[in-house]
Design a protein around this ligand. Structure first.
Ligand SMILES: Cc1cc2nc3c(=O)[nH]c(=O)nc-3n(C[C@H](O)[C@H](O)[C@H](O)COP(=O)(O)OP(=O)(O)OC[C@H]3O[C@@H](n4cnc5c(N)ncnc54)[C@H](O)[C@@H]3O)c2cc1C
Length: 499
């Protein structure tokens, strides 16, 4: 028997960065709508959005080599990089609006300026990096990027990486100072604090176990109060499933036809964290390398300066791995529990297609610390085991579905908004590029689910995101103005003093 019932306009499931962003957007657009949040853990931002569970890269395709692909004719396709950069500019604008409106007081609690670099070794890789640099530097979004294959210059940029390095192969790097380190955990907590002050009902330790559509087209959620175990019923006209790795399971519970035929493939992660403050001080950048052959794109190795708990840290990874859990705090039965009659053929096809990937991930799980140190030494040749510890990162659940291009059971590496035809429910699946693009992804949810309201919301959307509906890549002057304004608002234009 339920001992609590409520009716509300919007229910957000999960207190990660996606629900935080959607809730904040909605509160600005329609302040009087009643919003309720259910989160099964004890506080906000504890799963993938937590600062220790992700890499904190403000993904703007400044350094991630997997977003620029070399075509068979040898030219480099930058279209994906441009699109990801545009999405990050949307996030920067929304965060700046929140800072300018004093909804966020100190942006340095969640975002810091940090050079983004790509580094490669070997003739073929150096030639690719140079072509990539040339293709990007013609685009306004990538202004300020520098390239060097001079070991002397690289010693200035990345002394820790160059120290003790064997230079019998060519080496090159690009560097752009407008990169960022983002503490998505801190941002999630800031946004939920703000939502709570705005009267949003945030219910921690409440797990959404099931849902059904009611006769009037609303959604009734069965929610378990984990403080005591009582079962509650809550109804809303619109539900956002922002459960991270838990979203697929809930989407299946909704029974909407749009969710049929979709499966999930979990990829776990590990970082190495430096425990020696002297080493930490010798590095100041996010340096991305090239993924190993057979590795999934999200496990491109990178050596990252991070700003966590008001301290400068140094992390290396992520090492990918396989675990059947869909959330870090999930269950070993998560994967098998999402295999349903509607997606079993898709899952089987994906299983058959991705044997090499599964093998790679299992091998990664089995790596000893010394083997991981060998991978780290490709970045820091003099790295000592005693200076590094392992930390377990978050889980990512990649979408598996049938596509025209990839055929049955294709593994997707992006994010995907799945919504009901009537817009009454939407779920976010997938995790790349992830939190950095949360604002664009949540705008997509609004477009899909509130098409009637969008024209009336447009002026406010333009106030919050001045480039709304406009391509910055095609408007260099607007891009320059917006970039300068957001850098100023977010405190990114000043020289960073090493902590
Ligand atoms: C190793 C790794 C590195 C990454 N690096 C980056 C990066 O550098 N830059 C970047 O932009 N992105 C990165 N990402 C991706 C990014 O972290 C995610 O895209 C983002 O945090 C997802 O946010 P979310 O709100 O969807 O999910 P989450 O933060 O996981 O939140 C979902 C919440 O829903 C709750 N929940 C689940 N099921 C239920 C239920 N039934 N009832 C109630 N609550 C429920 C969970 O407890 C959780 O709190 C990385 C991810 C990983 C794993």
């Amino acid at each position: 028997m339920s001992d609590r019932q409520s009716q509300t306009e919007v229910i957000l499931i999960g207190a990660g960065i996606m629900s935080a962003t959607l809730g904040t957007l909605l509160k600005e657009l329609v302040p009087d709508w009643k919003i309720t949040v259910f989160e099964k853990l004890a506080s906000a931002g504890e799963e993938s959005s937590n600062e220790w569970n992700n890499a904190g890269t403000g993904h703007a395709a400044l350094c991630e080599l997997n977003y620029t692909v070399e075509k068979p004719d040898g030219t480099v396709d930058i279209s994906k990089a441009v699109s990801i950069n545009e999405q990050f500019q949307v996030s920067r604008q929304f965060w700046s609006y929140l800072v300018n409106g004093s909804l966020i007081r100190n942006p340095q609690e969640f975002i810091m300026p940090l050079p983004h670099m790509s580094m490669v070794q070997g003739e073929k890789n150096v030639s690719f990096l140079k072509k990539r640099f040339e293709a990007l530097s013609g685009n306004p979004l990538f202004q300020g990027m520098e390239y060097s294959d001079d070991p002397g210059k690289l010693k200035e940029w990345i002394p820790l990486i160059m120290q003790g390095r064997n230079l019998n192969e060519p080496i090159a790097a690009t560097k752009i100072d407008s990169g960022t380190d983002v503490n998505f955990g801190a941002l999630t907590r800031i946004l939920f604090d703000h939502l709570s002050q705005q009267g949003v009902g945030i219910n921690y330790k409440h797990s959404v176990d099931n849902m059904r559509r009611t006769a009037d087209g609303s959604w009734e959620l069965k929610v378990r109060n984990l403080n005591g175990g009582s079962v509650e019923r809550h109804t809303a006209q619109f539900v956002f499933i922002g459960g991270g790795g838990g979203s697929l399971h809930l989407l299946q519970k909704s029974g909407i036809p749009e969710g049929k035929g979709i499966g999930g493939f979990p990829v776990s992660g590990l970082f190495m964290v430096c425990t020696n403050p002297e080493i930490v001080q010798q590095h100041h950048a996010k340096v991305y390398g090239k993924a190993k052959v057979g590795a999934p794109p999200m496990s491109v190795p990178h050596l990252d300066t991070r700003f966590i708990d008001n301290k400068k840290s140094l992390l290396f990874g992520p090492f990918a791995g396989f675990s059947p859990k869909f959330l870090k705090t999930g269950s070993m039965f998560d994967l098998i529990g999402t295999v349903k009659p509607g997606n079993v053929m898709t899952m089987l096809a994906a299983g058959a297609k991705n044997v090499p990937l599964t093998k790679y991930l299992i091998e990664q799980v089995m790596l000893s610390k010394e083997k991981r140190m060998e991978e780290l030494r490709e970045f820091i040749p003099n790295a000592r085991s005693e200076d590094w510890d392992l930390v377990v990162a978050g889980q990512r659940v990649q979408v598996i579905k049938d596509t025209a291009a990839g055929g049955k059971g294709t593994l997707q590496f992006g994010t995907e908004v799945v919504s009901a035809a009537d817009g009454s429910i939407a779920a976010l699946l997938g995790a790349s590029p992830g939190a950095s693009t949360a604002v664009s992804v949540m705008l997509e949810v609004l477009k899909k689910c509130f098409p009637q309201q969008m024209p009336a919301w447009e002026p406010k959307l333009k106030e919050m995101i001045p480039s709304y509906g406009v391509s910055l890549a095609k408007n260099p002057k607007l891009n320059e103005e917006i970039h300068a304004a957001t850098a100023q608002a977010l405190g990114l234009s000043r020289e960073l003093q090493p902590v």
